[in-house]
Design a protein around this ligand. Sequence first.
Ligand SMILES: Cc1cc2nc3c(=O)[nH]c(=O)nc-3n(C[C@H](O)[C@H](O)[C@H](O)COP(=O)(O)OP(=O)(O)OC[C@H]3O[C@@H](n4cnc5c(N)ncnc54)[C@H](O)[C@@H]3O)c2cc1C
Length: 414
Amino acid sequence: MLKADAIVLGAGIVGVSVAVHLQKRGRATVLVDRRAPGEETSFGNAGLIQREAVYPYAFPRDFKKFLTYALNRSAGSHYHWRALPKLAPFLIRYWWHSSPARHAAIAQAYARLIERSVDEHLSLAAEAGSAELLRPTGWILLYRTPSALDEAVTDAERLREEFGIRFRALDRRDLAEAEPHLGSGLTGGIHYTQPVSVSDPHALTLAYVRLFEHLGGRSARGDARTLEATPQGWQVQTESGSIEAKHVVVALGAWSDVVARAFGYRVPLATKRGYHVHFQPRGNAVLNHTVLDDERGYVLAPMAQGIRLTTGAEFAARDAPKTPVQLAKAEPLARDLFPLAERIEAEPWMGLRPCLPDMMPVIGPAPRHPGLWFAFGHAHHGLTLGPVTGRLMAEMMTGAAPFTDPAPYRVDRF
Ligand SMILES: Cc1cc2nc3c(=O)[nH]c(=O)nc-3n(C[C@H](O)[C@H](O)[C@H](O)COP(=O)(O)OP(=O)(O)OC[C@H]3O[C@@H](n4cnc5c(N)ncnc54)[C@H](O)[C@@H]3O)c2cc1C
């Protein structure tokens, strides 16, 4: 039996970041996952540390957009009809929280996390000796019509006024200068300049694991579903034997509800699935920034592995087989935007964004079980918020003053 101060269940970017922050504060921590670290959702995202994302992604309230989604017509969103009955309660609550007034209130709390996202990554990456994975390029939203661009400028100005978010409005010429290989037909874009782009999110997670182990932390393979309460605290079974600790953190991403439910916490977690594939650029084409083709619903990101095409949300059962129809729709659109050569891998990657209906994560204690803590539900921004969550969690768990009021993220808000 191995004794530790804390066990962290789940070695995605969130669990790894919590483990590093605990270990930095002298808490002997064991990081447990059934796979090698960072191989689920944290493996294949678009790599953006979204410093501008103070408004989390809301359910569309605009009727035209809603109808496009409802008819499964857009590359940006897709759903499985047969998953709807089970998803309906989540979707109704998500829609309710997306009203302009609720969304604005949520942004006030969410901004407290988002505003630290880049700084927390920069300091962890520097300590991990991996600062070169973080590129201070910002990212660009693209538009094809002057009216859509004007609307986006108004939105960006509001973000600047309310939250100090920095951006540059790009006209056709500015955009061509920033991205000379994008196709014609673009009117301009919004360049959010504070975000950071990660060239290999998996490598970043692994760098944080190495930092954790360098600080004395240990990693083990095991199934989180073996978690049990003991008179001393908590125990979990791993391939290296059983591990006991006073504290345990559930950071299992899209699978967190399975363990939470076993202890009586019914969290309304749903998944928005997402896909990626990589392409070689054609000839000497270069993509300098990650670009979101908002009107057509996909992202192109320059990554260590190639140009990564990622998709928006797919609403489906967590374990349903892959249905990469959004990739099939997005690929010709992406080829129209940027000169892509062959696909690098035949089989698309799929990840599961863990989502809560009010668009905010759960970060904090399980109120009825001393020593049980939750850190999950980061939806579209788990890479962005991993290290911020790690800090907040470790501050709460060690009795230090939390950098922000953690009340908005508590589990019993549901
Ligand atoms: C296409 C796409 C693009 C995205 N782009 C961005 C972006 O640009 N910026 C951003 O901030 N976010 C982005 N995201 C979201 C981000 O990737 C996720 O929010 C984040 O990876 C979630 O991290 P996590 O640690 O909570 O979960 P995960 O990375 O999924 O980790 C959960 C871990 O729990 C483990 N686990 C599960 N069940 C068990 C069990 N029973 N026993 C033991 N271990 C278990 C898994 O093996 C896994 O390692 C994107 C997501 C997708 C799908």
